[in-house]
Design a protein around this ligand. Structure first.
Ligand code: ADP
Length: 654
């Protein structure tokens, strides 16, 4: 289709161009022809003027000749008047006065050239041309001209002569003849010479075209214009031929052709410009079509519904996605205003109000607003509408363009994510409960074990009651202390697991040691461990969560003692030391001389539930590190010398 139209256009253009070229060629040719005909008629006019000049001259000369016989002249007086005539008329080369028997009475030669018959002499035979001519003249009773003849001259040149004979009659009696000899070349020169232009040649010719006398430059050129005309004289006929030639062939023979050529150039350049313009237009059209196709493809592939409305609220455009969304075709929707079929009837009033507000020129929120549409089948669904003013190429607003997004799927995903969020929270709570239970069971082991051992000690003491009264009292107090401690541990663990802000208090380092010492000693006795204290004197108080830090010290001490629970180990010493670490921190360290930490498990020590012990829970070190970090430090372990491990952490000075 497109190729066809391209070919059609090409053929049309070619035809137009060919027509134009043909027309222009015709114009140039016609202009040339016109010019040629002008030239031809000019030369024909000149020829006929020349002919009439020649005839007028001949008849005037005949009269002048006649005049020489006026008043019965003698031979001498005739000679004088004939000579005067010859001086005046260069074209006549000789005059003769002959009697009726053709004998010469008087003769005179032109003073302008040597006598014609000087070389050959003048021979007059009985039937010579002269006699025949004069007989003719006698018959006409007037001048008669003879055919021309050539007379060679002394200087090697020659001259073409034409004779005129005039009878002399006196009271009806022939008395003689006057004969004038014309040089044809001089006739041309005298009569026509001054009218002749440089580009012309004039000649007397015979009927067959032989030139008798020529004047002008015989130049050959491509264009020669000729005209010839008969000079009818009594007794003979001459042909006067005039040639005119143009110089070298002209590209622009004359003004008309030049004008035509200019027009041609103008026309061709206009055509060229038109062609260029058409090409530009075609390209613009193609680009526009491409852009339209691109836009259409884009609109059709969009899953966002597009709806355009004019300033009166009438729908002017909907894309396929919009039609699919609401279940109505574009034809059913375009042109509708309020109460569009996709408005749920229950919201129609509200939507109408909203539309009025929009048409009053209020811009909608940039992020869009939510609304509810109704599908053809009656299903309502939520949509997100983003509206923007429609601005045309002149910058004027012509309406509104809305992008409508069906947000059913989004809503569903939100719902799912909310549900899973809830589930996650429940799981997290469960996990927290589990963590708390584990920690509680871990941390409560110690106070409960202590309570148990104090209780069984007390039972033993009760057997010999009176003496042991004091000891039983102490044991009961300890039981009460440990029970209270168990309560605190429960609260602290609860806080710890909920990651609440722990209650910080100012405590002397010694007080912390003192608080854990009874429990440490209790366990040390069981495992035959000697507990050593190294508390630097005069240490400032620290700011910490007291119960938690005590639990850390207890855990570390218990781990240390368990590490030394080796049958071959004789010297079992656990050292609790406290010293300053810089100006702002106090370092607590728990050192043992046990089996040490194997390198391959060093990385995993703090991982929750990592343990190497049969009855271990693997929560102790993870708990200790979290507490150390909550106090702005960290828990580190280094090998002790000669053996064992040192666990240490630092607390901020209060
Ligand atoms: P549990 O004591 O219940 O095993 P912990 O988290 O307190 O859990 O300790 C984890 C592991 O770290 C222990 O099983 C033990 O192998 C190692 N460990 C802890 N303290 C020491 C120590 N002082 N010397 C050697 N190993 C230790």
């Amino acid at each position: 289709m497109r190729i066809n139209s391209v070919w059609r256009r090409r053929i049309l253009w070619t035809a137009l161009l060919m027509l134009l070229v043909f027309l222009l060629a015709m114009l140039v040719w016609l202009a040339g022809r016109y010019e040629a005909s002008q030239e031809q008629s000019r030369i024909e006019r000149a020829t006929s003027e020349a002919v009439s000049d020649v005839r007028a001259d001949f008849s005037r000369n005949a009269q002048s000749l006649q005049a020489t016989q006026f008043g019965e002249p003698t031979a001498t007086s005739w000679f004088l008047s004939a000579y005067a005539l010859l001086r005046e008329r260069r074209e006549i080369v000789r005059l003769e006065w002959r009697d009726a028997a053709f004998n010469l009475t008087a003769d005179v030669d032109s003073p302008y050239r040597s006598p014609v018959f000087e070389r050959g002499g003048r021979v007059i035979s009985a039937n010579s041309e002269l006699i025949q001519n004069c007989n003719n003249a006698r018959r006409y009773s007037g001048p008669s001209y003879a055919s021309t003849y050539y007379v060679p001259l002394n200087d090697g040149m020659g001259v073409e002569i034409m004779e005129l004979c005039m009878p002399l009659v006196d009271s009806g009696q022939l008395t003689g003849y006057l004969v004038a000899l014309y040089s044809l070349h001089d006739v041309l020169e005298e009569l026509l010479g001054r009218h002749l232009t440089r580009h012309q040649e004039v000649a007397f010719t015979e009927g067959d075209g032989t030139r008798l006398a020529v004047m002008g430059t015989a130049r050959r050129a491509s264009r020669v214009f000729s005209a010839q005309q008969l000079v009818d004289l009594p007794g003979t006929t001459l042909v006067l031929r005039m040639d005119s030639w143009r110089g070298s062939p002209d590209l622009f023979p004359n003004l008309l052709t030049a004008l035509v050529a200019t027009l041609v150039i103008a026309l061709v350049s206009i055509l060229y410009q038109l062609g260029k313009d058409t090409r530009r237009r075609l390209k613009a059209e193609r680009d526009l079509a491409d852009a339209l196709a691109f836009r259409k493809a884009m609109e059709d592939s969009l899953i966002t519904g597009l709806r355009a409305r004019d300033l009166k609220g009438r729908i002017t455009y909907v894309n396929p996605a919009f039609c699919q969304m609401v279940g109505f075709s574009a034809d059913e929707l375009v042109g509708l205003s309020v109460n569009a079929p996709y408005w749920p009837p229950e919201f129609a009033e509200e939507y109408k109000r909203r539309q009025d507000i929009r048409l009053a020129g209020n811009s909608p929120p940039r992020e869009g607003f939510e609304s509810v549409f109704m599908h053809r089948d009656g299903t309502r669904f939520p949509v997100l509408i983003i509206e923007a003013p429609l601005i045309n190429a002149q910058g004027e607003q012509t309406g509104w363009m809305s992008a409508c997004l069906d947000i059913r799927e989004q809503r569903r995903v939100e719902e799912i994510s909310r549900a899973s969020q809830d589930r996650l929270q429940a799981t997290a709570r469960l996990a927290m409960v589990g963590e708390m239970a584990s920690l509680l069971s871990h941390e409560l082991n110690q106070p409960l074990a202590a309570i148990q051992s104090y209780a069984s000690g007390s039972i033993n003491l009760l057997r010999d009651e009176p003496e042991n009264r004091r000891d039983i009292e102490i044991a009961m107090q300890r039981i009460a202390q440990q029970a209270e401690r168990a309560g605190k541990v429960i609260k602290s663990v609860h806080d710890f697991v909920r990651r609440r802000d722990q209650t910080r208090e100012v405590v002397k380092p010694q007080a912390l040691i003192d608080a854990v010492l009874p429990l440490v000693n209790l366990q040390a006795r069981k495992l035959s461990v000697q507990v050593c204290l190294e508390v630097a004197p005069g240490l400032p108080a620290v700011l910490c969560d007291r119960t938690m830090v005590e639990q850390v010290l207890l855990n570390l001490a218990r781990n240390g003692m368990q590490a030394m629970d080796l049958p071959e180990l004789r010297q079992r010493v656990l050292t609790l030391s406290v010293r300053g670490a810089g100006a702002r921190r106090i370092e607590f360290a728990v050192s043992d001389v046990g089996m040490g930490v194997r390198e391959d498990i060093a990385d995993q020590l703090f991982t929750p539930f990592f343990t190497t012990k049969a009855e271990g829970m693997g929560l102790g070190l993870s708990f200790c590190r979290t507490v150390a970090e909550q106090h702005g430090g960290t828990l580190v372990h280094t090998p002790n010398s000669p053996q064992g491990t040192v666990f240490s952490f630092a607390l901020p000075v209060a």
